[in-house]
Design a protein. Structure first.
Ligand code: DON
Length: 309
């Protein structure tokens, strides 16, 4: 097995030199300001070691990666009843698609597309003011990362609120089908804020460890969720974590992953590693272009795959 530290350093050097970096998301104006040259990677291993390369300590907007954490919290709150309101099938459509919602009468295909994540947020709002729900999500992520400096970038949240007409449409549409219990602006307020959580690759890799280790934090041994639930979240990450690019990601990389339009991807090698990568330029499906390429190369070099014997 090659030395992981050497592999990461070589990959970071290779990625820094690549010209084909994709396009930075500009539909959220604040994200459009990010330098596409940035690149970071962090790998948290089972034995507690953390290996990093590039801009691994610079916070970036985790965007849709936050949907893993809100899903985890919502399942803790309502359990399998969640699946009456959200499906578990890949969408085969862009993350902000509206057309499927009409066909399926306001029930989103899965919790990782925007509509599904807005329903999940609506679940977290029950019994709370929006501010409390946002605080609960942030504290959970800080707990997982074992770092209370993880923060919400208010400028990113405001930038999305000012321009998020598609999400407003999705939320209103679901409310019309009675699949939103709160006013659309309340659910969206929480949603925009959790998408605006800022984390570094190091913090993100730490926060994914419970998924790599059967629901337990490897550093404390404390159980965050049951092993069965961790497996199911990983199954959703594999099948739905990259929208209509999910099949391609599974084919090329072979591990569950969740992307965000900030250019981050959290990848999990069960029993072995939690990996966070960040490169802001996106491919045609809205997933980090170099992020998925580097994960493909890393998985190949280390022989990491959930399909390996
Ligand atoms: O709702 C949105 O459009 C963004 N806050 C999140 C979308 C996202 O990250 C999709 N990822 N690739």
């Amino acid at each position: 097995m090659p030395d992981l530290e050497t592999v990461l350093a070589a990959l970071a050097e290779e990625m820094a030199a690549r010209p084909d970096r994709g396009e930075v998301a500009s539909y959220i104006p604040q994200l459009g300001k990010i330098d596409p040259q940035r690149f970071g990677i962090a790998v948290a291993l089972a034995d507690g070691r953390m290996l990093v390369a590039g801009d691994a300590d610079e916070p970036f907007s985790i965007q849709s990666i936050s949907k893993i954490f809100t899903l985890t919290l919502a399942l803790g709150k309502v359990g399998d009843a969640l699946w009456r309101r959200v499906g578990r099938e890949p969408s085969g459509n862009p993350f902000n698609s509206i057309i499927q919602l009409e066909h399926e009468r306001g029930i989103p295909r899965n919790p990782f597309i925007n509509s599904g994540a807005i329903v999940v947020t609506d679940v977290l709002l029950a019994g709370h003011q929006p501010r409390e729900a946002i605080g609960e999500i942030l504290r959970f992520v800080q707990f997982l990362a074992e770092d209370d400096t993880v923060f919400i970038d208010k400028d990113v949240a405001a930038s999305e609120k000012a321009t998020g007409y598609r999400n407003v449409a999705l939320a209103n549409y679901m409310r019309a089908f009675d699949n939103l219990n709160h006013a659309p602006e309340l659910a969206l307020g929480v949603y925009f804020h959790h998408c605006a959580i800022a984390m570094s690759c190091r913090q993100l890799a730490l926060s994914g460890r419970f998924l790599a280790h059967g629901g337990k934090s490897p550093s404390t041994g404390h159980s965050v969720i049951s092993p069965e639930r961790a497996r199911r979240i990983l199954a959703l990450m594999l099948t739905c974590g990259h929208y209509d690019g999910s099949g391609d990601f599974a084919f090329r990389v072979g591990i569950p992953g969740k992307s965000g339009v900030g250019g981050g991807i959290l990848g999990i090698v069960p029993g072995i590693a939690s990996i966070a990568v960040w490169s802001p330029g996106l491919n045609e499906n809205g997933n980090s272009r170099l992020g998925s390429i580097v994960l493909e190369k890393l998985a190949k070099a280390m022989d990491w795959s959930i399909f390996a014997p």
